[in-house]
Design a protein around this ligand. Structure first.
Ligand code: FE2
Ligand code: FE2
Length: 166
């Protein structure tokens, strides 16, 4: 059967998906901050929690621009990625490798977000949603900066600490 769904429907679906994902991430980051052993890890997770709050507000504006209510749609991908992180917190809670694991879990989240925002920016551009593009690009820039910071933290100390005796 032919479908009448088009690119604007895909855009809205994916916008709902990332809106749901950002809200889940907002709840996960304080838990990761509490779990982290290093002060830098803790403060990094909390800083990104604050950024995530701002990202959710930007997404709210994107919904406004397209005249749709800001509503999330269950995203099983982010639930799975967050569940993986929780498993690491549980299984490595007394391990010197905990932070290396937490950083890797956070990096999986960031890469998911980067993929989503890259797609949304391309589709918003194609659809001529000029007001949405800078908001989505602002979110993407924060995810990319966070991704870099996670790599730095891991390479600077967390990975090496994970190799030491407890
Ligand atoms: Fe985000
Ligand atoms: Fe993020």
């Amino acid at each position: 059967m032919a479908t009448t769904k088009q690119l604007d429907d895909l855009f809205l679906d994916t916008l709902k998906d990332i809106y749901f994902a950002e809200k889940q991430i907002l709840r996960a980051l304080p838990k990761m901050a509490r779990a982290a052993r290093s002060e830098e890890g803790k403060s990094g997770f909390l800083q990104h929690r604050d950024e995530t709050q701002g990202q959710i507000e930007r997404l709210g504006k994107v919904f406004e621009f397209i005249g749709k209510p800001a509503r999330g749609k269950t995203c099983e991908a982010i639930q799975g990625i967050i569940a993986d992180g929780e498993e690491i917190m549980e299984e490595f809670k007394d391990s010197p490798a905990l932070d290396a694991g937490l950083l890797s879990a956070a990096q999986a989240v960031e890469h998911y977000e980067i993929a989503r925002y890259g797609t949304l920016i391309a589709w918003a551009t194609q659809l001529g949603l000029k007001d949405a593009v800078p908001l989505l690009k602002a979110n993407l820039a924060e995810e990319e900066a966070t991704d870099k910071k996670l790599t730095e933290l891991a390479e600077k100390s967390a990975n090496a600490n994970g190799q030491k005796a407890a």
